[in-house]
Design a protein around this ligand. Structure first.
Ligand SMILES: Cc1cc2nc3c(=O)[nH]c(=O)nc-3n(C[C@H](O)[C@H](O)[C@H](O)COP(=O)(O)O)c2cc1C
Length: 219
């Protein structure tokens, strides 16, 4: 049995009466999870919609608590880390992490960045040791797979694309994924949402086919 952590981060819902208002990235997440569970009935999914339930931004008190050794934390410092601990416990148990993300301002939504900020913690997700020289940070966890499912309004964000240099969504998440213990990373997405033309329809269709193929490959 595998544990799946499913994280959505669009602020759009999926139940709007006007279909075009619905989140595309969330629909990709649904496709992935439905296909996965139809093949792996026994697997367990933990779900979070960060768009509808945004994480708290970290604060100076949060940082002080995170950098205080666990045994020395005051009650209020322990309290400051409760949300972070909850996210960590969900993530640490997961074999597969599915993150869906719209492109907002060429990067990830603030709610998803807030989740990463709550998640990535010294002696929890990474160790810091100056004896390692110029690269003192190393992940603690390992062996996880991350599937990133995205939607963007413009196009050309892939390798060799006309906007490759403007893409701070996938590359940023891929970089951070190391500190979740991810050593296998997949990314599938659609583009052209803002053009609402045939290119968008084909892009969404292809993404859904790629998701089905990935589920077959991983199952
Ligand atoms: C606040 C905001 C910022 C956006 N910024 C970009 C952007 O920088 N580049 C882009 O290609 N599309 C951008 N878009 C378009 C979204 O990426 C697109 O609508 C996507 O489908 C949203 O994901 P969702 O359908 O899952 O909600 C933006 C949309 C919003 C609402």
């Amino acid at each position: 049995m595998k544990n799946i952590l499913h994280i959505d981060s669009s602020v759009r819902r999926t139940d709007n009466s006007t279909a075009s208002y619905n989140s595309i990235s969330k629909s990709f997440g649904r496709c992935f999870i439905d296909a996965w569970l139809s093949k792996n009935h026994q697997d367990k999914v933990v779900y979070r919609d960060l768009g509808l339930n945004p994480p708290t931004f970290i604060s100076q008190d949060w940082i002080a608590a995170a950098f205080t050794p666990e045994q020395k934390r005051s009650e209020s410092q322990q309290f400051a880390l409760v949300e972070s601990d909850t996210y960590f416990d969900e993530m640490a148990k997961a074999d597969v992490i599915v993150i869906t993300a719209p492109m907002y301002n060429y990067g990830m939504p603030a709610v998803l960045k807030a989740w990463f900020d709550q998640m990535l913690r010294v002696n929890k997700t990474f160790t810091f040791d100056l004896a390692r020289g110029d690269f003192p940070i190393e992940p603690i966890l390992s062996g996880k797979t991350l599937v990133l499912l995205t939607s963007s309004g413009e196009f050309g964000f892939g390798v060799g694309g006309v906007r490759e240099q403007m893409n701070h969504l996938g590359p940023h998440i891929k970089e951070l994924a190391k500190y979740l213990g991810v050593d296998t990373f997949y990314e599938i997405g659609s583009e052209y949402q803002e053009f609402a033309d045939d290119r968008h329809a084909s892009s969404v269709k292809k993404a859904k086919q790629d998701i089905a193929a990935l589920v077959n490959r991983l199952s």
